[in-house]
Design a binder for this molecule. Structure first.
Ligand code: ACO
Length: 324
């Protein structure tokens, strides 16, 4: 029987500190009304001083492992999707491995900005099917607040910090017979769009970390089309249609992009999982965080057909079709 990976548990973590729009409006020329109307964000969480991406990742990872009923001893692949690693190197994933008390297995980061988690799920799927390990911890974690210019109102209102994680292994024959598991992934990128959304620093260019820059209307213009293209591509590969979907879990970039993609796909709003109002855009963490919310509140149940989707800097974009 063909091999297929499956998600065994999901977990999310948000730092304690909540920054509301009203608080932001005290320091930059913006308003709660503008932010809610343009992007649907009410508040975001901000990591504490000394709290790093790997710390957020570990919190989410522990919850995912608890949900999957496994311990670090059972994990032999760690993939962290992040744009904001603790250090330029080593990979945040190796720090997660250390903090989980592991000496075994392998660990690496994936850098595909907001699409990172979807890329990481597809990577874990391939590693598992190719026998590189038996159980993967796949994490999206960001301290994106540290890339922001807090005086630039066009970007600082959009993002937040957080982490989400899943545990994946290979589905059993019975699960595959029931149609469960990761059915298809579709990944894309086009580096010609790099300067529409980027950070103006890096180890090889400036030797500094830099700040986020974005051509907002250009990002918006590309987002809806690219999202729908890659969703259709994953549906076709998985032999399903939009009508078959029970849940759409999109990257939580902003409410208007989510609504635009949902409308273009013809999805009823009640099938779309939305957390951007309370989390803002947490980049690679946004999809697993949204997933953790919809699994924890009982919306996503065994047997449901779920589409994960993301688009971000590069541009990169991707989708995963999963029978839960
Ligand atoms: N508060 C108040 N006014 C603001 C703010 C703010 N936070 N930010 C911008 N403005 C002002 C601008 O300065 C401009 O003023 P002006 O007309 O006096 O020059 C006015 O609002 C309109 O600016 P635009 O950039 O044209 O506004 P637009 O309607 O395009 O909305 C937005 C901007 C919300 C950023 C939109 O382009 C968008 O949603 N883009 C997608 C961006 C996104 O989601 N990026 C996330 C990362 S990408 C990803 O994850 C997929």
């Amino acid at each position: 029987m063909t091999q297929r990976s499956i998600i065994r548990g999901v977990g999310g973590y948000l730092p304690e500190r909540i920054l509301t729009n009203a608080e932001l409006a005290l320091t930059v020329d913006t308003s709660d009304e503008w932010i809610q109307q343009r992007v649907g964000i009410k508040e975001r969480h901000i990591a504490a001083e000394g709290q790093f991406t790997s710390d957020l990742a570990v919190e989410a990872a522990r919850k995912a492992m608890g949900a999957a009923n496994v311990t670090p001893a059972d994990i032999d692949i760690i993939i962290v999707a992040t744009t904001t690693p603790d250090y330029t190197f080593p990979a945040a994933a190796t720090l997660v491995q250390m903090k989980l008390g592991m000496h075994h297995g392998m660990a690496l980061d994936i850098q595909a900005v907001c699409s990172g988690f979807v890329y990481a799920v597809a990577t874990a799927d391939s590693y598992l099917k190719n026998g590189l390990g038996t159980r993967a911890l796949v994490i999206g974690a960001e301290t994106f607040s540290r890339l922001l210019d807090w005086t630039d109102r066009t970007t600082c209102v959009l993002f937040g910090d957080g982490a989400g994680a899943v545990v994946m292994d290979l589905a059993t024959d019975a699960e595959i017979a029931a149609g469960r598991g990761l059915l298809a992934s579709a990944l894309r990128s086009d580096g010609h769009h790099w300067d529409k959304l980027y950070v103006d620093g890096g180890p090889s260019s400036t030797g500094t970390t830099g700040h986020v820059h974005m051509q907002g209307p250009e990002v918006f213009r590309h987002a809806v089309g690219k999202i729908t293209d890659v969703v259709y591509s994953a549906l076709e590969k998985g032999g399903a249609t939009v009508d078959d979907l029970d849940w759409f879990v999109p990257h939580q970039a902003n409410r208007r992009i989510i609504d635009g993609a949902g409308n273009k796909l013809g999805l009823p709003p009640e099938k779309v999982v939305v957390t951007v109002d309370l989390h803002a855009n947490t980049s690679a963490a946004s999809v697993p965080l949204a997933l953790s919310v919809a699994v924890a509140d009982g919306r996503i149940k065994q047997g449901d057909l779920v589409m994960l989707e993301a688009m971000g800097g590069g541009f990169t974009w991707g989708a995963s079709l999963i029978r839960w």
